[in-house]
Design a protein around this ligand. Structure first.
Ligand code: 5AD
Ligand code: SF4
Length: 463
């Protein structure tokens, strides 16, 4: 009987993608996925270091898993516990010191070694650790994804980051920036398209820094890669995330106006609206540089929906610095955005800065910022009411018969009585807007992808 694997995933889409890949490599070792801890012979916690209290969350998860492991052991069944992701990379040995019942600690560069690590745990009865940054990129050692048959697929094209923002652990946990070759990316997209994928999200911590080697030896940037993906038969929607303003080259901006399949949505973190804080963050761009990019994007794609990340309470952030952030938000008018209170990541430069900000001040700033962003998001969502949007209805909703999917602008759209349209691209008339989602009704099925109603909707929004 196949052994069962349960993976609990925290964090970004990169981690979701990595979890699928871990499931793929372990499938070769006889593990099949299951959906709860009780059934599992192996549980992997795929951690994220970006959010607050990542380590505490991990250890409380591990405490619960230990109880399950002990209960299974009493019943004569063995359950392995693995820790993967950025906290595994950052904390390494410390995890085994604090939680000696963990069997495997594996960093993001080493997932291809999982079957071997599991075999070693069983053979030696000792925990195994794999954290090296290998010369050979992990992408090329992992098997093709075999588990996803979704219409929307993620393809990791780039990993790591060389930017060293002073608050961020990614350059330390994910290592130096690395791009997959053009051929491996396009081959993977072709296989996904053959299996029914119509939407491709290109992923990377710094995806627009992509610079993959093409078959003729030249280097391609993200814009060229997107163009080639758009030419693959069956691909109707392309997204990419996450981007850095300094890598928003003109050809990538132009692609937003030229490539129909490139969806009118961009997540472009700025972090702060104050130049002094941006400098202290080592972001390498100013607020006006960001506004200039926004202007260029809107010139080529007037309806583009913009999203961002903000950190409030970065060390030294004055009231005036924070007001500059609010004012930038007012100027840009975002469709959505994420905002976080600054929190120290051990080992990062900003953690040692003297002028750490009071928790109460951070709370208050976060609430004010989220209020402004929430208002903008609601405004953006309300503008959709009465328009027709093409929605990829690839998920079941909570209620019976309900389906959900994404609009071109990345909004969640719910449609009632839509089971017949599940797993298709359909034209949906938006009838109501909420803070975080839209409600729609089917207009007509459109699985061919030619997109008259989409164009119509774009005009309507800007009428
Ligand atoms: N404190 C708060 N937020 C952070 N982020 C990254 N590091 C920190 C930190 N130390 C946020 C940034 C980044 C997003 C993924 O997480 O806004 O863009
Ligand atoms: Fe972290 Fe992004 Fe800055 Fe890289 S660009 S250091 S991933 S915040």
């Amino acid at each position: 009987m196949a052994k069962k694997l349960y993976i609990k995933t925290y964090g970004c889409q990169m981690n979701a993608y990595d979890s699928d890949r871990m499931a793929d490599v372990l499938a070769a070792g006889g593990y099949e996925p299951c959906s709860n801890v009780e059934d599992a012979d192996m549980v992997i916690v795929n951690t994220c270091h970006i959010r607050e209290k990542a380590s505490e969350k991990l250890y409380s998860d591990l405490g619960r898993l230990r109880l399950e492991k002990d209960a299974k052991a009493r019943a004569g069944r063995r359950m392995l516990i693995g820790v993967a992701g950025c906290v595994a990379q950052a904390d390494g040995e410390e995890i085994l010191a604090r939680a000696p019942y963990v069997d495997v600690v594996v960093g993001p560069q080493s997932y291809h070694q999982l079957p071997e690590l599991v075999a070693d745990v069983i053979a030696t009865a000792k925990p195994q650790i794999a954290l090296e940054f290998e010369e050979q990129a992990k992408f090329d050692l992992l098997p093709e994804s075999t588990l996803r048959s979704d219409m929307a697929a993620f393809v990791s094209v780039q990993e790591g980051c060389d930017k060293f923002c002073t608050f961020c652990v990614v350059p330390y946990t994910r290592g130096a920036e690395y791009s997959r070759s053009v051929t491996t990316v396009l081959d993977e997209v072709k296989r996904l398209a053959d299996r029914g994928a119509v939407e491709i999200s290109l992923l990377g911590q710094n995806v627009n820094a992509y610079h993959g080697i093409a078959p003729d030896g030249s280097e391609w940037g993200l814009a060229k890669l997107i163009e080639a993906v758009a030419n693959i038969h069956g691909i109707q929607r392309i997204r990419y995330t996450t981007s850095h303003p300094m890598d928003m080259q003109d050809d990538l901006i132009a692609a937003h106006g030229e490539i129909d399949a490139l969806m009118p949505f961009l997540h472009l973190p700025i972090q702060s609206g104050s130049d002094a804080i941006l400098k202290a963050m080592n972001r390498k761009h100013t607020a006006s540089h960001y506004l200039n990019i926004v202007e260029k994007l809107r010139k080529v794609r007037p309806d583009i929906a913009l999203s961002s990340d903000f950190i409030v309470g970065f060390p030294g952030e004055s009231d005036a610095d924070f007001e500059a952030t609010l004012s930038l938000v007012e100027t840009v008018e975002f469709a959505q955005a994420y905002s976080f209170k600054y929190s120290i990541r051990p080992g990062t430069p900003a953690g040692d800065y003297a002028a750490q900000i009071d928790e109460a001040v951070k709370e208050e700033r976060l609430a004010r910022l989220q209020d402004v962003i929430g208002t903008q998001q609601q405004r953006f969502n309300r503008r959709m009411v009465g328009t027709v949007q093409q929605v990829l209805l690839d998920k079941e909703g909570k209620r019976k018969g309900q389906c959900k999917g994404r609009s071109p602008y990345m909004q969640s759209v719910f449609v009632e009585n839509a089971v017949h349209y599940r797993n298709s691209l359909v034209d949906v008339k938006i009838v109501a807007a909420y803070a975080n989602s839209l409600l729609g009704e089917i207009v007509s099925a459109d699985t061919q992808g030619e997109n008259a109603a989409h164009g119509q909707a774009r005009q309507k929004i800007h009428a």
